[in-house]
Write a protein that binds this ligand. Structure first.
Ligand code: MN3
Length: 193
């Protein structure tokens, strides 16, 4: 199975002023690329993984026949690879609203605004590096939570729908320590809701 970076359908400066071009370029070409490269090294070491997608590797993380060191590396770098693919894909310079998702969000959280409030609080409160997630659980119910590092909801049996990266590398050049401001402005470039 070949693993490739999500191909950005917009330029590095397309999300300005909310996400600046320099952050986008470094984030995509350096950070994301490094997760992919390191993930592929572990996959190459373990021939039993060669036919699995990165998503399947994360879903089956606990039961994979690999060393504990490699399992941790797959969690970190495989997670980093897959999480960023979603992050790029939910953003864009133009709205492409997912009406079904919006209607499910309104049913679950009362309104889009109350969902955003919960999501922002969750992203703000994630201590240290990590992500805030909107996922569907096994019953297709929507849930919001944060996970540390590059941990993937796939490893909990959940399907990721929307995610914000709150590692400092995602916002520090423009926002410095102001994570809250980054999170609030990020909604301007979320295209699916
Ligand atoms: Mn990142």
């Amino acid at each position: 199975m070949e693993h490739t970076l999500y191909k950005l359908p917009y330029s590095f400066d397309a999300l300005e002023p909310h996400i600046d071009a320099q952050t986008m370029e470094i984030h995509y070409t350096k950070h994301h690329q490094a997760y992919l490269d390191n993930f592929k090294k572990v996959v190459e070491k373990n021939p039993n993984l060669k036919d699995l997608s990165a998503e399947d590797i994360l879903r089956d993380l606990k039961k994979l026949d690999v060393s504990e060191e490699d399992r941790k590396a797959l969690q970190n770098h495989g997670g980093g690879f897959v999480n960023h693919n979603l992050y790029w894909s939910v953003m864009g310079p133009e709205k492409q609203i997912d009406e079904t998702l919006v209607s499910d969000i309104e049913k679950t959280f009362g309104s889009l605004d109350s969902f955003k409030e919960l999501f922002n609080l969750t992203a703000t409160k994630q201590f240290g590096s990590g992500w805030a997630w909107l996922v569907r659980d096994k019953n297709q119910d929507l849930k919001v939570y944060s996970l540390p590092n590059q941990d993937s909801p796939l490893s909990l049996g959940h399907e990721p729908i929307l995610a914000i990266d709150v590692w400092e590398h995602a916002y520090y050049l423009k926002y410095q320590n102001k994570r809250v401001e980054y999170i609030e402005n990020w909604w301007n470039v979320v295209k699916i809701v």
